[in-house]
Ligand binder design. Sequence first.
Ligand code: FDA
Length: 307
Amino acid sequence: MLGPVILAASRSDKMRRIVSAAPVTKPVVNRFIPGETVDQVIPIVEDLTQAGLEVTLDVVGEDITEVEQSHAARDAYLQLIERLAELGLGEKAEMSVKLSMFGQALEGGHELALANVRPVVEAAAAIGTTVTLDAEDHTTLDSMFAIHEELRKDFPQTGCVIQAYLFRTEADARRLADNGSRVRIVKGAYKEPAEVAYQDKAEIDKAYVRILKILMDGEGYPMIGSHDPRLIAIGQELARKAGRKLDEYEFQMLYGIRSEEHLRLAAEGHRMRVYTAYGTDWYGYFMRRLAEKPANLLFFVRSMITK
Ligand code: FDA
């Protein structure tokens, strides 16, 4: 029951101000968002890649209100890519972006987001890596998929995310599997109404398996984004049945969640990519992590009380 309440709070400006200002928040936030600047996150990327893992980097931020912020988001990614290039980390690190941070919800936002994300995709390609477009709430997805298709004309490696909880996703998966896309499949992290999304966890898991099978049997590159041990085992089995080699799909998990499992899968020879978020505008990302596992909230509240 707590999950939906936390998700509602994740979009509240008042809660954002309270939670962001609480001094005790920091250590709890750091578990999921290990830095605020490029300089702080680069050593983390080095540690992860030296341990045999790959990464996808997210400069946190979403739902901006001014055009200037969308340019700042673009520039933050360009700065990150420059640092990755200097350190020769291009092959091991890709980027994940939220189009709402690139201006998608502003007036003329579709074009603005496309104009902002294109140079990031170009710069990533120039250092041998790529960008994945994260999936946000369902109202943003038609625009996200159209931008994905547009970018793929010049940069076919550009990826996107699909969410198993949405009714529309099986059809999206078929289209993306047919056109050979890189696709991350996740359960879905937003508060969605019953008209568009399964609400029941078991239904979502069943949909995830159906969709993953479509991706594995298709022409694209499936990226299994989940910490769920059952889905990971099913993913391995579906890949085997589809005759995929170990470099023809990958697992992805979030930084700070089931880290021992990241290493176990990598040691088995799987490509394992750790989604590593950093930056100052961490509120929305952090609240979604609390909503996924309400025990995180208890830990957070306890740390506030015992300070
Ligand atoms: P589930 O929630 O059932 O968790 C399985 C187990 O993992 C739990 O029992 C627990 O042990 C552990 N776990 C999961 N979440 C935890 C947490 N927050 N804290 C501690 N333990 C936790 N969503 C979206 O809507 N758009 C997107 O673009 C993305 N992108 C994305 C990238 C990657 C790489 C991942 C792994 C996930 C996303 N997500 C996402 C989030 C996704 O939709 C989903 O909310 C989370 O992955 C949690 O679902 P699981 O599949 O892990 O299963």
